[in-house]
Ligand binder design. Structure first.
Ligand SMILES: *Cc1c(COP(=O)(O)O)cnc(C)c1O
Length: 345
């Protein structure tokens, strides 16, 4: 990647090693369960998280949707944050396709849902009420600065869910960033979850794909649901081959992105007209102040001329997000900051 693309970690390209692995992958018909590379990926992911089974799915959105459709019958309710990706950015798939109602709770500044709020939202046994079936949290919580949630908090939510016979789902699109931030294993960061989705794309650089994990029984049912959603794929080992590298290698290097994000955040403090708002995991949020020499539109355009891509955060004029990833080395951070100083100085 020649351009310094800081807009998101979704812009990452596969690594050279991934491209080679994809070209030489052993494949089979995965709808028959006969793609050895997919089977290896699913087994490796399950083992890494201490779960019984895994399912390779087309995207995080599909993984979350499959999880909810599998856990919750029509007319039931799930408890979820009002700033969750599942609520904001997945086209109300659970309602549109599953007849499931989201019961939204306020996401706190630290990315959590209050345990008291969760407890109060759980429905009692009353003919008037929908039945609560699932509690879902997001880790890292993307819309709240990509904040990582702790294993202790996660365990408390799991306990609460299970006390009330509810299923506990984690949208862990960036769960490895959370595990890295707390310096714990993937199994520890999700301890107590009944299901989890995570992305092999984004910061892990695979071109396509997410994994859904759960019990054997759950994944068996999820397999059916994936099929009806059009997610049954054939010789998809070519993608799973990249996923295996994402899982084995790319998960081990995320601390580098977090350090580069902290470094960028420190450097931005020296740039006139820029105010750093937050830095968590690989995400830096900053504000382009009224006093800045350029308007947000001009700033974005001039940075692009300098080979650096940034964009205002959706819904905001002056709020920007910079996301660090594999293709943004320390040197490239320096280049981006130098470009900013030039055009804003
Ligand atoms: C990216 C993301 C997803 C899934 O998105 P896809 O683009 O469908 O892979 C789900 N949850 C969160 C928090 C995400 O950031």
């Amino acid at each position: 990647m020649d351009v310094i693309d800081l807009r998101s970690d979704t812009v990452t390209h596969p690594t050279p090693e991934m491209r080679t692995a994809m070209a030489t992958a052993t494949v089979g018909d995965d709808v028959y369960g006969e793609d050895p590379t997919v089977n290896r990926l699913e087994a490796a992911a399950a083992e890494m998280f201490g779960m019984e089974a895994g399912l390779f799915v087309t995207s995080g959105t599909q993984g979350n949707l499959i999880a909810l459709l599998t856990h919750a019958p029509r007319g039931s309710e799930i408890i979820v944050g009002d700033k969750a990706h599942i609520v904001l950015y997945e086209q109300a798939g659970m309602a549109a396709l599953g007849g499931i109602m989201p019961r939204t709770l306020a996401v706190q500044e630290d990315g959590t849902l209050l345990l008291d709020d969760i407890e109060q939202a759980i429905r009692g046994d009353n003919e008037h009420f929908p039945r609560s079936r699932v509690i879902s949290i997001e880790n890292t919580q993307g819309t709240v600065g990509a904040t990582p949630l702790s294993p202790e908090y996660t365990r408390q939510v799991a306990e609460l869910a299970h006390q009330h016979q509810l299923k506990f789902h984690i949208d862990g699109a960036r769960i490895f960033n959370a595990a890295t931030a707390y310096n714990v294993s993937p199994a520890e960061i999700i301890a107590g979850a009944d299901s989890i989705t995570f992305c092999l794309s984004k910061g892990l650089c695979a071109p396509v794909g997410s994994i859904l994990l759960g019990s054997k029984e759950f994944i068996k049912e999820a397999h059916r649901v994936r099929k009806v959603l059009g997610g049954g794929m054939r010789q998809v080992g070519v993608l799973a081959a990249a996923g295996l590298i994402a899982l084995d290698k790319m998960t081990q290097r995320l601390a580098e992105d977090h350090l580069n994000a902290a470094y960028l955040s420190a450097q931005l403090r020296e740039v006139p007209g820029v105010k750093v708002m937050s830095q968590n995991t690989s995400f830096v949020f900053f504000w382009l102040e009224e006093e800045a020499r350029l308007s947000p539109v001009e700033f974005t355009r001039k940075m692009a001329e300098q080979n650096v891509l940034l964009s205002p955060y959706p819904g905001y004029e002056r709020k920007f997000r910079a996301v660090l990833h594999y293709w943004i080395t320390r040197e490239r951070v320096d280049e981006a900051v130098a470009a900013m100083k030039t055009i804003l100085g």
